[in-house]
Write a protein that binds this ligand. Structure first.
Ligand code: MG
Length: 475
């Protein structure tokens, strides 16, 4: 094993050198460290654009994430590829718009405990791509791409999994007469019969959610220590701050922002522990760490939800607050500290990471993720010009450059506005008006036409699988 890793490291190092010679703009600097870089992708669940100190929150304290922002590259136009959990995760792991893999529904927005489907076996995940390059691969956290055995992370390229199969508010086991909303605001662990898994075995059920962030952190630190001598990919999708909120005793009541603030401060602590583990192992200069969120804040839960800052609306919607999220890239000694306004998607991590390690993306299928290396290394303009905003498999909005059009607008979870189809589409200038307040369609018809034409090209190119989220219950 050690020998093949060594061989592989030489091959990848050679690959990086060739890459540097062949296409300088996409290659990392020569000081990237020994051998292929480790990759750590940390996602929070339903964390909003405005929830971190480095993104303007006035009182939630996030010193470790703020350090990543100061020492790394902070993105102001970084997107989750979808406004809810399952499709967002599918796009991140496959580098493809989730419609292509059937990771959407016409009636159902995400996977549920009675779902019969999961991420199809034919999809190639980032874990599989990196596993083929002899990376050790681990997922510590929430999967949400199918809970049946054939769809688990261990069947999709991950050597190791510790976490929960779907959202922390699924598998209802509420006492008779208890209102759902009351349960969400005053949660007890056994209200949700969510299993905690290690690989393919159930560790406990229901999972003790109060210590889930802490245990996940211990697992992540152990994973780093266990694999310090070989290249590794650690994917850490936290199950918090998705409602219902749980936090350990050490963080309960610690923030000035209520339990939501407590939960975010515990996640921030966790990020600090992961970074400290990398530093202790001498790996921080050969590891790319990315932090982002799977979608915007779940606003119907008021103070138990986060904030999208100045952006409009939140989770479930195709306004900016539903999908634009924090994006922090940290790799000391390789990435210059800075802030970028270029557009990036979590879906691009697939292509970017594979390029960074000297691999090649699958050539037998459409890959929508682009290589963000020119932005990371300051070698060229951002390669992503557009962003497609889907809801339930329908293209609601489309961004090209500074302009965004809305074909359909709709609130979510009982919040306004009701579904409205727009003809002509609404047009917002996201540079001048990131809060999407002023429709410019009548004033700037040329800009409208350009974005609509780009959206039509995207639509024509989009091959869609069967909507697999709709496959539920007894078959
Ligand atoms: Mg989510």
């Amino acid at each position: 094993m050690a020998r093949s890793v060594q061989t592989h490291r030489l091959a990848v190092t050679a690959g990086l050198a060739l890459l540097a010679a062949a296409c300088a703009p996409a290659a990392p600097p020569a000081s990237a460290g020994d051998g292929p870089p480790n990759i750590v992708i940390i996602t929070a669940d339903d964390l909003g654009y405005g929830d971190l100190g480095s993104y303007g929150h006035p009182n939630i304290r996030t010193p470790h994430l703020d350090r990543m922002a100061e020492e790394g590259l902070r993105w102001t136009s970084f997107y989750a590829q979808a406004p809810v959990c399952s499709p967002s995760r599918a796009a991140l792991l496959t580098g493809r718009v989730h419609l292509r893999s059937g990771m959407f529904g016409r009636r159902t927005a995400v996977f549920f405990p009675d779902s019969r489907a999961g991420l199809p076996a034919e999809e190639i995940t980032l874990a599989e791509a990196l596993g083929d390059l002899d990376y050790a691969t681990g997922i510590i956290g929430k999967w949400h791409l199918g809970h049946l055995p054939e769809y688990l992370p261990t069947r999709h390229g991950f050597d190791y999994w510790f976490g929960i199969p779907y959202s922390n508010d699924m598998d209802w086991n509420l006492p008779d007469g208890l209102e759902n909303r009351t349960a969400y605001f005053e949660p007890e662990i056994d209200y949700w019969h969510v299993p905690l898994m290690r690989n393919e075995a159930e560790l406990e059920r229901p999972a003790d959610q109060t210590i889930l962030t802490r245990r996940s952190t211990e697992e992540a630190v152990a994973f780093i220590e266990d694999h310090r001598d070989e290249p590794f990919f650690l994917y850490m999708p936290h199950s918090m701050p998705h409602m219902p909120l749980f936090v350990s005793d050490q963080f309960r009541g610690r923030s000035t922002a209520g339990i939501y603030g407590d939960v975010i401060e515990e996640i921030d602590w966790s990020v600090g522990q992961v970074i400290a583990a990398l530093e202790r192992a001498g790996l921080s200069e050969n590891t790319l760490v990315v932090f982002t969120s799977d979608n915007g804040p779940w606003l119907s839960y008021r103070t138990h939800a986060g904030t999208s800052g100045l952006l409009r609306d939140g989770k479930g919607t195709t306004f900016e607050g539903g999908m634009r999220v924090p994006g922090l890239f940290w790799w000391p000694g390789t990435l210059e500290p800075g802030v970028t306004q270029e557009i990036g998607s979590a879906m691009d991590l697939f292509t970017t990471v594979i390029a960074l390690v000297g691999g090649s993306v699958p050539a037998d299928r459409p890959i929508d993720g682009v290589d963000l290396s020119p932005v990371l290394f300051g070698t060229g303009p951002g390669p992503r010009e557009t962003m497609a905003y889907y809801r339930m498999g329908e293209l609601y909005a489309f961004r090209r450059g500074r302009y965004k059009v809305h074909f359909v607008t709709e609130g979510r979870y009982g919040l306004p506005p009701p579904r409205t189809d727009h003809d002509p589409p609404l047009l917002y200038d996201l540079d001048e008006d990131p809060a999407e307040r002023y429709d410019l369609a009548a004033e700037r018809p040329e800009a409208l036409a350009v974005v609509v034409a780009a959206a039509e090209r995207h639509r024509a190119d989009m091959t869609m699988g069967e909507p697999l989220f709709d496959s539920r219950g007894e078959q």
